[in-house]
Design a protein around this ligand. Sequence first.
Ligand code: ZN
Length: 335
Amino acid sequence: MSGYYPWQETHWRNLAERLAQDSLPHALLLHGPSGTGKADFAAEFARSLLCQQNQADGQACGRCSSCLLYAADNHPDSHIIEPEKEGGPVKIDQIRALIADIGLSSHAGGYKVVIIHSAGAMNIAAANSLLKTLEEPPAKTLIMLLTEQLSLLPATVRSRCQLLRFNLPDSAIAQNWLAEKLLENGGNPDAAPDLLAIANGAPLIALADAEKDRPALRQSLLEALVGLAEGRLDPVKVAGEWLKLEQPMPIKYLHGWVSDMIRLRQVPASFADNIKYKKVLQSLCRDVELQKLYIYLDRITESLQLMAQLNPLPVIESLLIHWANMPKQKTIMQG
Ligand SMILES: [Zn+2]
């Protein structure tokens, strides 16, 4: 994610103003129900605090060396604390190590930022240890504590932080945002109100629910692509199946896979963290000329535009026939 969510605008503007006036508090306690994006907000604000070239609205530039380090989870002035095991406690050793770290001067000469996830999971010893730092905070350090339930934190800790409440967003704002996300991901935007209702109004939970069914579907579409390349499947029949899905989702996926094939051909080390997917991609594009992949990608892009205006079936058929008949290098060399 880059940027904060639309329902967080007031919080963002207030903090950005205080930063501009050099009057940020030392500690913020972000609290409220899950699915409202507290963690994303904290990460985004940390990023902007560390950025060396903030934009006018206080958002991070995304290009400076700090932003790049932050994006790689490697910024020396960014500290993240969370329970070692999900549902487990935040321990005193973690807080002690943190205090030692932030006692040192900043590496980049600017702010040091701490995010403590599940702050309510700090055990008493950890909370007491943090309390001393909250009472005598190091200069230019912002500590952000996150919790769904304020009552989980000792009153002594709460009183040392500025509270920032994250409510469930207004339903119109949440619906608009969710509909847009669904559309971007190839889903049905009209499902937004129902999904939100099921998620009790929490937009991030609604989005996660909507995406749950996607992995299995993606896998079956990718398998169809393999079947077509191997000549086992009939492109016209597969196009008929794809037509039954929300459009243009399958073609957007196809676009993603062909882009990934091109990336893999150019940077063979890509997708090292997803070997299974990499093997599928390799088998799909190994024998295809790179130039042919580029031409095909252009065609998919054009087709995505056409599908908005024309009957999608012939467009999908023609794309899949193209894929099934993609000239292979070997064939060309033999011929
Ligand atoms: Zn930056």
